[in-house]
Design a protein around this ligand. Structure first.
Ligand SMILES: CC(C)(COP(=O)(O)OP(=O)(O)OC[C@H]1O[C@@H](n2cnc3c(N)ncnc32)[C@H](O)[C@@H]1OP(=O)(O)O)[C@@H](O)C(=O)NCCC(=O)NCCS
Length: 330
């Protein structure tokens, strides 16, 4: 068995993706997956997060794949590895060999901590990935519940929930945009994106706040364009003009199959005004006006995040599975 580095722009990336998908679908057959052209863009990396990829081959046949993401502006001691092995080649030591390669690269980049996520469908409480991570000294730091919202979307129920919430949010206005944040909002938007890495429950994950500014927002927007994904954003503007909260959903421009509910955050000084619900309701309405055929919107919440979970349930999300963060020192 040989392990060699590849790059997302190589022709080999199609093979890398095939192994990745086979391994992921085996563990989580009903979960959402990135499309190949999307992952190809993500794994080009940016100035904020560098990416290395490896392919494991046995007699020229691809059997395993690995990726290592290294934050470049914050979390400079952190490395985010993932390892994938074709199900028919499991338990031959391929995953461990790939992880050893990734460890060397993590250490060479001066990283001392590794963080990874395991996902599983409803009804599965143990996966190969968990056993593998624990075998290699990772410990579970936080659990998240995966929820999905599917048609028919009950916009009347959403409107009724909004009606009940509105009196609590007097003085705030909700603005929406798609793909490109208006210049007047971009600095405030970046400030709230940065808060996502600290305000979302972190459980036992040891990490630093992410550093966000307008340039990083513009880089993320350019990357979404390259991925051919559209992003719907709703933001709450406080009476003093600052941004009190924001929420985002992304959907491929080429497929209605999978939407992702990304960050939702309400600034601590503005909590208690039902802005979370008002933001999510407005954003869902905008999304469905543009893309009435959307088939699913997926979201992940820490199991301790009861407030956000209550909002999601009001909006019609149902439990579909779970994920967990695992971390170790290297
Ligand atoms: C997790 C994964 C990479 C393991 O690959 P692998 O090549 O089978 O792993 P290894 O053969 O190196 O296994 C090393 C050890 O991990 C543990 N392990 C791996 N799979 C296991 C399973 N299904 N059940 C119990 N223990 C398991 C065992 O201790 C194993 O040692 P052993 O075979 O001597 O008992 C593979 O199952 C996979 O691709 N899963 C989906 C993606 C994923 O969850 N990746 C891990 C997180 S990034």
């Amino acid at each position: 068995m040989q392990i060699r580095p590849i790059h997302a722009s190589d022709a080999d990336f199609a093979t890398w993706y095939e192994v990745y998908l086979a391994a992921r679908v085996a563990d989580n057959p009903t979960g959402p997956q990135w499309l190949e052209p999307e992952l190809k863009v993500i794994y080009q990396g940016t100035e904020y997060r560098s990416v290395q990829l490896w392919l494991a081959e046995d007699d020229g046949r691809a059997v395993g794949a690995a990726v290592l993401v290294l934050p470049q502006r914050d979390n400079l001691t952190m490395a985010e590895p993932e390892v994938f092995v074709r199900p028919e080649d499991a338990r031959r030591g391929i995953g461990s060999a790939l992880l050893a390669t990734v460890d060397e690269a993590s250490k060479a980049a001066g990283r001392s901590s590794q963080l990874l996520y395991i996902e599983a469908p409803l009804g599965t409480d143990r996966t190969a990935g968990m056993a593998f991570a624990e075998r290699h000294g990772f410990t579970r730091r936080i659990g998240e519940i995966m929820r999905v919202q599917r048609p028919p979307f009950d916009l009347d129920a959403v409107a009724a929930a909004e009606e009940a919430a509105r009196p609590h949010a007097e003085g705030y206005r909700i603005v929406t945009w798609r793909d490109h944040a208006p210049d007047e909002f971009v600095d405030e938007y970046a400030r709230l994106e940065g808060r996502m890495s600290t305000d979302e429950p972190q459980g036992g994950i040891e990490s630093e706040p992410e550093v966000w500014d307008a340039a990083r927002i513009r880089t993320a927007e350019r990357r979404s364009d390259l991925m051919r994904r559209s992003t719907w954003v709703a933001a709450a503007i406080a009476p003093d003009g600052s941004m009190a909260g924001v929420t985002e959903i992304t959907v491929s421009r080429d497929s209605d199959a999978i939407g992702f509910q990304d960050a939702t955050i309400v600034d601590p000084g503005h909590r208690g005004h039902r802005l979370g619900l008002l933001l999510k309701a407005a954003n869902l309405r905008e999304l469905l006006a543009d893309r009435p055929g959307v088939q699913s919107v997926w979201t992940w919440n820490a199991d301790v995040n009861t407030h956000m979970i209550a909002i999601n349930e009001t909006l019609g999300y149902e439990i579909a599975g779970w994920s967990a963060a695992y971390q170790r020192t290297i």
